[in-house]
Each structure stands twice: as structure tokens, then as C-alpha cells.
Design a binder for this molecule. Sequence first.
Ligand code: BGC
Length: 530
Amino acid sequence: MVGGGAVAPSASAGGRQDYPGGLTPFIFMASLVAATGGLIFGYDIGISGGVTSMDPFLSRFFPSVYQKQAEAADGGNQYCKFDSQLLTLFTSSLYVSALVASVFAASVTRTFGRKWSMFAGGVTFLVGCVLNGAALNVTMLILGRVLLGIGVGFANQSVPVYLSEMAPARMRGMLNNGFQLMITLGILFANLINYGTDRIAGGWGWRLSLALAAVPAAIITIGSLFLPDTPNSLLERGRADEAKRMLRRVRGTDDVATEYDDLVAAGEASRAVSHPWRDILRRKHRPQLVMAVAIPLFQQLTGINVIMFYAPVLFKTLGFGGSASLMSAVITGLVNLVSTLVSVFTVDRVGWRALFLEGGVQMLAGQVAVGALIGAKFGFSGVAEIPKAYAAIVVLFICLYVAGFAWSWGPLGWLVPSEVMPLEVRPAGQSITVAVNMLMTFAVAQAFLPMLCRLKFVLFFVFAACVVVMTLFIALFLPETKGVPIEDMTAVWKAHWYWKRFVDDDDGDGPRPTRDIEMGVVGCAGKANN
Ligand code: BGC
């Protein structure tokens, strides 16, 4: 068989890479705090869809959309009733600023360490919450969203890397997926809060929805002050003694010599590189660069954010009443959370590829069914009344799709890019990932409502086709990295049927971590096939 499976189970099966040390309380707490970075991201994802479906919010800030919606309520074209560029700009402005911020976050993360990047993100985010909760006009709303975006850019740039570096290799899947778990928790909280604030008499509930983002922001801001730096980052910044002490502490054992040596080698390689942005373009980093771009690109082309942002709007389009729409969004939020838990507890056993491939097939089935069901009722005219039972079946298939995403592309979309980079280009690589993710999130958010208006139900088939392409991509090009220590990843690429030609073809300058050289491709590939 071609494809990543040929090199699958990874170098980790070999005894030497299985460094001593397990899940210590110290590392658990540090990971928990860091993962709350996911909460602020998730809360933002979940909050805007609900708020933009609240009448008092719409009539105050987007009166033309409010008007159009009222007309459509009397039987007009359902596909187009929320189509407004200004409204989508409210949702997507956050993603543009997150994109820009993530590029700057790379130098902060590399120079000052991962924790200060999280802190910077938390503070900016807090200011954004205040502006949004107090908004008097669209400008304040959008400015607030831009500040939130800067916070998200910094947090998403530093948190996944932090988690991947802290985790013992054999638990990296679980600990890193904690980030996605927090994202889904944030989305669910946001959905529940919208459901509650929508009922507040006086029409100011949306203010509460927007301002409450300050709660997760305060947790990550204060929490980050207490976070220890990762040993990898300490070594990268030349603080060897501290790094060794920290490694002992996080692993809960003094027996860290082997892992420490590998980190030192990676740290040396990293310090030799003064231009990470240029270095990442070198041929030998091609596989990692492709993953840094392709994984977030595909993650967004699953169409997940159509559901996350617009679930209430989408359900309203399907003929649910206002409150019922928010409730359905709560249901998809719950499915998202619970299915992410499945991933947290299985990923280190079944491996990344198995989850990616199963999730892909499941999402495909869900998308096709939703497209067909909506098409059968609304056709191209977009005018129809749908019976309750029919709408419930649509929700059911949406849930099937969400579950598929939640145990595959959701968590792994953040895990894979954060772990495959060598230390010297890791912050730059993660910035590329965040930037592509945000760009695509922006594009999907901005394009969905106008596309739904024009492509109608066919839009769901477009996303389904993307799912086919990305699933094939994983099957062919993503090697299994389950259990491989983060500073040993090069060996995995060297053993891959396609990528080995790039990595073998080392174009010279700059030391490599000694481990890659010591292990050799043969040793690694040999272990890989057991
Ligand atoms: C994605 C988000 C998405 C969320 C849904 C994350 O991994 O990056 O765009 O909204 O998952 O749970």
C-alpha cells in the first residue's frame, strides 16, 4: 500500500524513544490552564451566530437585515434572508485580525516563550470584551471583534505548541486534544448563554453574551502568569539548567537524560537558525510546510463553521422558530463536545490516521444527506414549509456530521501542525497554520451566506467534495505520528514513501538534531512496520 499507512505505527514502538515519566499532576494542571486558551476561541465561535440571530441586536445594528428577515418570514426566499456583507463582517473581522496577529505572535513565542504569548493574547482579548459589551454602534462592535481576534491569534499560536511540547509522547494526543475540548466547551457555553440571554426582557441580552467572553479571558490571562515554560523553549533560549530542572519536574522523574539530550540537540539546531521564516521554505522542510498549510485549509473546507457560526441562522432558514433554533444549536454544541471527548480518550490508542479516515467518511455521509434533504424540500426556489419531523431528521444528520468532525479534523487539525515541525521553525510553522486557519475561517464565514443564497442546497455537496479530497490527502500523505517524541519527528518523514525524497535531500547548512542521525532511517522504518 502506498500512503502514510506504510510507515504507520511510528518510531515510538522502539524502546529508546519511550522516555520515562508519565502524566504528573504538575503537567496535568499546566496543560489544563494552557488549554483554556481554547475557551476564548470557542466562545467567540459560538457567540456570534446566536447574537446575529437575535432581533434586538439585528434591529439596532443591522436594520436592513432585520427588515429582509421579517419579509422572508412571510414566505419569501429562505436561502437569502440573512445575506448581508456587513453582518458577516461582524462575524469574520475577528478572523482577519487573528490572522495578522498570529504572524507577530511567532517572534513573541520564540523570543519570550510560549507563556508570554498566551498572556499578551489574554490581555488584548479582555479589552475587546469590554468594547463589545458596551457597543453603541457597529464601529465599536467591529473594533471589539478585532481586539478579540488579536487575542485568539496569540493564544492559538502558542497553546497547541505548548501542549505538544509539555506532553509525554505517548499522551500527546490526549493532552493536545484538551485544547479542542476547551474550544467545544467554549462553543457550548456560548450557545447556552445565547439561549438564556435571548429571553432577557428589554432586548439587551446580547450585551451580556458578548461581555461574558471576559470570563475565559480572565482565566487564561491570570493562569498564564503561573504557567511554567516548556523545556524545549527554555533550551531554545539558552537556559539549559532551568530546562533540565523543568524537564525533571514535568516528567516527575530524574531519569530524563535521554530526552534531555534530544532536546539539547534540537535547541542547538534551533539557535543556529536566525531566520525561521526563510528556513521553513527550505526543501527539507517541505513536508512540514505542506502540513502547516494543508491541514488548517482542509479543516475549514469541511464546512464545520457553517454549522458553528450559523447553526441558529441555518435552523431558522429551515423553518425553526427563534428559540427552537438556538436550542438546536445547543444540541449540535453538545454533540461536538461529547464527540471530542471520544477523541481525547481514544486518540493515543487508535492513532491519528484512523480517526482522520473514519471522521472523513462520516462527515461525507452527513453532508450528502443534509444536502439531499434540504434540496428535496426547498429545491432551487427556497420556498417551502418543512414539517417538524423532517427538520428533526436534518438536525440528526447535521449531528452525525459534527460528531465526525469532532473526533477527527477538529482536534487533529490543531495537533498535527503543532507537533510535526522541528523546534527551529515551530513557532513560524504554527503561525502559518493559525494564519491559514483564520483566513479560511474568514473566507467560509464571509462566503457562506451569499453562497447559500446562490448555490442553495448544492453548497452542501461542494463541502462533501472537499471532504473526499482531504480524506484522500490524509490516506496518501500523512504519516502516523502517534507516540513519536516531538523532537524525533524528522525520522517519520524520512521513512514516508513520498516525503523521504525531500528530507533525505538535505540542502546543507545548519546542524540537525543528533537523534535523527543516530537512529537512521532504517532503524526507524524497521520499527515502524511492526
Ligand atoms: C476549528 C474551528 C471550529 C471548531 C469547532 C476547531 O478546531 O478550528 O474553526 O469552529 O473546531 O469545534
